[in-house]
Write a protein that binds this ligand. Structure first.
Ligand code: SF4
Length: 210
């Protein structure tokens, strides 16, 4: 939420553009969720700023725990858990559990001692403190046409061959059907086998599509 800090984290002085983008999407009534990652001693003093930003705009805010991906070998130094974030929020607001999705626990933020619903939702995606790999249905596709089954998987599977020079739809679907069966347990395996940072593959998120 702070211009200088945004620049330091991302390398770009573009906070106002990001906010403009969010506001524009909202002006078009697009369904929107804003994801954010809290980092210890970097932006953990901005939890209320983020909650208030979301409340002003009535947009759902999601706190995603920081993960050991893409070269951040000192990730534990920056890690802030769901529990810590909730404790901070509860200093000012009540958090009422609304629903448990496959990947996120969703809460309503309410002013303390107010019986009225604020309608403001906050979600927590806590891969580290509450891993949900066993029910994760996410796969991703990279910009160069490869399927990635898990953020903690070393492998990727090329589907471009089914799309160039022409689309071979049936073969593509069959390939995807077979490939998703190989989805690994991701972070749960990393933890169970006490893999080190070097032993696992860590994808760079900015190269990855959703
Ligand atoms: S299976 Fe992989 S992508 Fe899914 S939650 Fe676990 S680590 Fe993340």
């Amino acid at each position: 939420m702070k211009k200088e800090k945004f620049k330091k984290i991302t390398g770009f002085d573009l906070l106002s553009k990001v906010i403009e983008g969010i506001d524009y999407a909202l002006s078009l009534s697009m369904p929107l969720k804003v994801n954010t990652v809290i980092l210890k001693e970097v932006n953990d003093d901005e939890i209320f700023d983020l909650v208030d930003f979301a409340r002003e705009r009535k947009v759902e805010l999601r706190f995603i725990e920081y993960m050991p991906l893409g070269g951040n070998s000192d990730w534990e130094r920056y890690f802030v858990s769901e529990k810590e974030i909730k404790e901070k929020i509860k200093e000012r607001y009540e958090l009422l559990p609304l629903r448990k999705e496959k990947i996120a626990g969703v809460y309503e933020v309410r002013e303390k001692e107010t019986p009225f619903s604020s309608g403001q939702k906050i979600g927590f995606i806590s891969t580290i403190s509450n891993p949900f790999c066993n029910s994760c249905s996410r796969i991703r596709i990279t910009s160069d046409g490869k399927i990635v089954l898990c953020l903690f998987d070393k492998k990727s599977y090329d589907i471009k061959a089914f799309l160039r020079p022409f689309i071979r739809e049936e073969e593509l679907f069959n390939f995807i059907r077979e490939t998703v069966k190989l989805k690994p347990e991701g972070y749960i395996k990393y933890k169970r086998e006490s893999l080190t940072f070097e032993e696992n593959s860590f994808l760079v998120m900015r190269k990855m599509g959703g």
